[in-house]
Structure formats: C-alpha cells, structure tokens
Design a protein around this ligand. Sequence first.
Ligand code: SF4
Ligand code: SF4
Length: 98
Amino acid sequence: MESDVSPDKYLPHIDRRRCTLCGRCLEACPTQALEETAEAVVLARPESCTLCTICELSCPHNAISLPFMVVFAPSQRTPHLQAPRRHPKTLSSKGGSQ
Ligand code: SF4
Ligand code: SF4
C-alpha cells in the first residue's frame, strides 16, 4: 500500500527574501543537495536530501528550514520523578488497640 503523505513536504524550505547567499548551508550540506543561484540558494537535488537539518542549523538568517520537529521518545531508563499516589486512608494512622 502506498503512503498518501508526500515526502516532499518534509524537504527544506528556503526563504529567498532572507537568503544573503553567504554560502554556509552549501558548505555544510553533506550530500550537496543545495545549489546557489543568482537570487538565492535552492534545493537543486531533493533526491539527495537526507533531512539531516544541518543546513537549517548553519543558516545565520533563518532562511532555510525544515517543516518538522524531531521529538525524542522518553527513555526507558528515565527514572520516575513522581512518587506513586497513595489513597489517603493508607497514609492515616490506623489507631485502635491490638
Ligand atoms: S537537510 Fe541535510 S541533506 Fe538536506 S539540504 Fe539540508 S543539509 Fe543537505
Ligand atoms: S546559509 Fe542561509 S543565508 Fe546563507 S546561503 Fe544558505 S540559506 Fe542563504
């Protein structure tokens, strides 16, 4: 079964108005997916893009961004920070005689 979510929607987006052609993303991209034009950097080889986000991190003008956020699942080894709740009756003194 084919996915109905296009992988293109996750590719880097370049805001041409912000791009100053400084070239940092071009140097940083490990797969040479980006290319410089007369006006701005463009994603010339989208098939080479690995969605690594390095270009986004390297841009000093926030001109290039990837439209997703990486979220790490909580580690299985993370200790529970919240103490288990107890029923109020289990906390009260039983009193009485034995
Ligand atoms: S996300 Fe990574 S591979 Fe894709 S264009 Fe940016 S730096 Fe290159
Ligand atoms: S790092 Fe940003 S401003 Fe510089 S060329 Fe790339 S997109 Fe343009």
